[in-house]
Design a binder for this molecule. Structure first.
Ligand code: SAM
Length: 372
C-alpha cells in the first residue's frame, strides 16, 4: 500500500479568494464550493480512494475540488483553468504537492486532453476494467454541455483522449439538464440529450447539490453526473449522424414522430419519409419521448441507408426549404453537379466551437433555464 500523500495545512478556500483578491465573475457563472463534505461527496462519485489514479480537473477555480482529489491520494492531477486570476493560487497549491499537480492555463473547449494523462495508463476499449484515469469538474453550465458534446463526438470515434480507453467523467450540470441526461423512455425529461448521451455512455445521476451550497448561490440546483463510455455503443454510427437524426426527430417534441422525421428530407420527398419509417419498423404515430433506444437505432440505420443511396441528404443540416434547394431541385431530386465533400470533412465540421452547433445547444439550455 503506497503511503498516504496528504497536503500540508492550507488557508481555507474562502481565505484564498481573499488573499488573492479574487471575486466570482457573474458573467462567467463562477459559483464556488467551499464545504469540504460536499466537495468530498462529489469526488467520491469517482471512487473514495484515488490511489494510483490520474485525474484531469476542469475549471478548478480556487482549488477546493483539487485539494480533495489530492487528499484522496490521487497519483496526479492536471487542472485546466481559463481564468488567469486563479493561476497564482493554484501554483501555491501545486508547490505543496511534490510534483503531483500540473496547471494548464487554457480553455477546456480548445484543450488537447491527451497531455493531461500518462499514455502508459491506456486500456483497450474491449477491457471491462476502466483505465486509472478520470475527468472531474464543476463547470459553468454553458461550458459543461458543449464540453460533453465535444467528448461524445470523440468517444464515438475512440479518438483524441479516448484513444486511451473508456475514461470516466464526473461533471456537474444544472439539475434539469442532469435529469434529461438520464431520462428513460416515457419520462417527461426524455429529449435529444438523453439519446445522444445514452447511446454512447452509461450515465448515472449521482446526487443533487443544492444551489445554496455554492458561493455565490446559483438560482438552480446542480446535478452530479457520472459518465462512463460504453464498451459497445447502442448505435454503430458517427456521433454527427446520430445527433442529426435525433435532433430532427425531437424537433416536434409533442407531435407524432413522423413529423420530426419529415424534417430530415426535402418537402417534396415524402416517399423518403415513408421509406425511413418502413425500413426502421417504427410506429410513425408514436411521440418522440416514448421511443426506446432500439427505435432510435433503427431510425438512424434507416436514415444512413437512404444517405448511402442519396449522399446529398447528409449535406443539409436544416429545416428550411431554401437550404435544401442548394442540393436538390424543386422536385426533390438531388442536383448532380453538387460537389460532395468526403465524409471525413463532414465529420471535421463538427466541433463544440462550431457556431451552429453551439447555437443549437444554447437553445436547448435556454429552454431548460426557462423551466427552472
Ligand atoms: N471548481 C471550482 C469550485 O467548484 O469551487 C470552481 C467552479 S466555477 C463554477 C467554474 C470554474 O471553471 C471557474 O474557475 C471558471 O474560471 C472555470 N472555467 C469556466 N470556463 C472554462 C473553460 N472554458 N475552460 C476552463 N475553465 C473554465
Amino acid at each position: 500500500m503506497p503511503p498516504k500523500l496528504r497536503l500540508p495545512p492550507l488557508p481555507s478556500i474562502a481565505s484564498i479568494l481573499k488573499i488573492y483578491n479574487v471575486r466570482a465573475k457573474k458573467q462567467l457563472a463562477q459559483n464556488f464550493l467551499f464545504d469540504p463534505r460536499i466537495i468530498g461527496r462529489m469526488v467520491d462519485c469517482a471512487t473514495s480512494d484515488l490511489t494510483g489514479k490520474h485525474i484531469c480537473e476542469v475549471g478548478p477555480g480556487p482549488g477546493g475540488i483539487t485539494r480533495s482529489i489530492l487528499n484522496k491520494n490521487a497519483e496526479s492531477v492536471s487542472v485546466v483553468e481559463k481564468d488567469w486570476r486563479f493561476i497564482q493560487s493554484l501554483q501555491m497549491l501545486a508547490s505543496t504537492t511534490q510534483g503531483r499537480m500540473k496547471i494548464h492555463h487554457e480553455d477546456i473547449l480548445d484543450f488537447d486532453e491527451t497531455i493531461a494523462f500518462p499514455k502508459e495508463e491506456a486500456k483497450p476499449w474491449t477491457e471491462s476494467k476502466l483505465p486509472a484515469l478520470c475527468f472531474m469538474g464543476n463547470l459553468p453550465f454553458n461550458v459543461s454541455l458543449p464540453l460533453l458534446f465535444k467528448w461524445l463526438n470523440l468517444i464515438s470515434h475512440h479518438s483524441g483522449v479516448y484513444e486511451l480507453g473508456r475514461i470516466p467523467a464526473i461533471l456537474t450540470f444544472q439539475q434539469e439538464v442532469g435529469e434529461r441526461l438520464v431520462a428513460l423512455p416515457k419520462e417527461s425529461q426524455r429529449c435529444r440529450l438523453s439519446i445522444t448521451a445514452q447511446y454512447l455512455c452509461h450515465i448515472d445521476y449521482c446526487h443533487t447539490i443544492f444551489g445554496k451550497s455554492f458561493v455565490p448561490p446559483p438560482k438552480v440546483n446542480v446535478a452530479v453526473i457520472r459518465i462512463v463510455p460504453k464498451k459497445q455503443f447502442e448505435i454503430q454510427l458517427p456521433f454527427k449522424t446520430v445527433d442529426h437524426v435525433v435532433k430532427h426527430i425531437f424537433h416536434f417534441r409533442q407531435k407524432r414522430c413522423r413529423k420530426g422525421i419529415a424534417t430530415l428530407f426535402p418537402r417534396s420527398r415524402m416517399d423518403l419519409v415513408d421509406e425511413m419509417i418502413r425500413i426502421s419498423g417504427v410506429n410513425p404515430l408514436e411521440r418522440p419521448f416514448n421511443l426506446y433506444m432500439a427505435h432510435f437505432r433503427d431510425l438512424c440505420y434507416a436514415y444512413q441507408e437512404i444517405c448511402d443511396r442519396i449522399p446529398n441528404i447528409a449535406l443539409v443540416d436544416t429545416y428550411h426549404n431554401k437550404e435544401w434547394l442548394k442540393y436538390f431541385d424543386e422536385g426533390g431530386e438531388p442536383l448532380n453537379d453538387v460537389l460532395l465533400p468526403k465524409l471525413p470533412e463532414i465529420e471535421d465540421n463538427f466541433n463544440c466551437k462550431n457556431v451552429e452547433a453551439l447555437h443549437e445547444l444554447s437553445d436547448e439550455t435556454e429552454q431548460i433555464s426557462s423551466l427552472a
